[in-house]
Ligand binder design. Structure first.
Ligand SMILES: Nc1ncnc2c1ncn2[C@@H]1O[C@H](COP(=O)(O)OP(=O)(O)O)[C@@H](O)[C@H]1O
Ligand SMILES: [Mg+2]
Length: 216
């Protein structure tokens, strides 16, 4: 599904964040991306999303070279991808269901349909009964599940997560990883960036390990 060929990224005026990365993520797989803080995990995810541009090499998504996409073609790429953040990024003045529906509204869905699909997505993360609450009324673990519901509401092929358990204790973190595993079993390709090696040491999943911008 995703192929990197000799990909490099350096931010303006900085040392290289990623250097000579080559790997393949098969469709339907679940992979962890690990490495210390500053190793380049977030940068790698941003390259896949088209939020940052590589300085060298090629990245393919389902056979399309996304390193060559124009700004105008990026929305088509992003429609295939869901992204989960460490800090949830929910809008505090909108209900949980409105937060989840927002990507669909932006994509031009009728509000009624967007609402219906958002409720279905909340159901999948076990939060349908909290749909009309404000995010602030929910615990951190619940807010993270709302973020996940929003990330999968458009049924993406690929689900990316950047330190999705960074603000949660161990029990809640394992619950969240369990949710990702469920989406993976349903056919979604999943890539989770985390620096928390303790958390994933018992997970029999493939790992990409970054060390100062290089794959180990
Ligand atoms: N927007 C940016 N501008 C300049 N340097 C950046 C930017 N984002 C990240 N970096 C640098 O790139 C390197 C990799 O960062 P990042 O991808 O955030 O690593 P990680 O997610 O593994 O902690 C670090 O040295 C970081 O300081
Ligand atoms: Mg990061």
């Amino acid at each position: 599904m995703i192929r990197f060929a000799n990909v490099s990224k350096a931010y303006l005026g900085g040392k290289p964040a990623l250097q000579g990365l080559s790997f393949h993520l098969p469709a339907g797989g679940m992979t962890y991306l690990t490495g210390h803080s500053g190793a380049g995990k977030s940068t790698l995810l941003k390259l896949i999303m088209g939020m940052e541009r590589a300085n060298g090499g090629q990245i393919w998504f389902n056979g399309h070279e996304i390193t060559r996409l124009s700004r105008y073609e990026l929305p088509f790429l992003r429609r295939q991808i869901g992204m989960v953040h460490q800090d949830y990024r929910l809008l505090s003045d909108r209900s949980v269901v409105d937060n989840v529906a927002l990507p669909l509204i932006i994509a031009g869905f009728h509000p009624k349909d967007a609402h219906k699909y958002a409720l279905a997505s909340l159901d999948r993360v076990g939060l349908r009964e909290r749909a009309n609450h404000l995010p602030a009324h929910l615990s951190g673990g619940e807010q993270q599940r709302v973020d996940i519901a929003r990330a999968v509401v458009h049924k993406p092929q690929l689900l990316l997560a950047d330190e999705p358990t960074g603000n949660l204790d161990e029990k809640l973190s394992l619950d969240i990883l369990g949710l990702f595993e469920e989406f993976n079993r349903m056919g979604m390709t999943v890539l989770i960036a985390t620096h928390d090696l303790n958390l994933i040491q018992h997970k029999p999943k493939p790992c990409l390990v970054l060390e100062q911008g290089h794959l180990r």
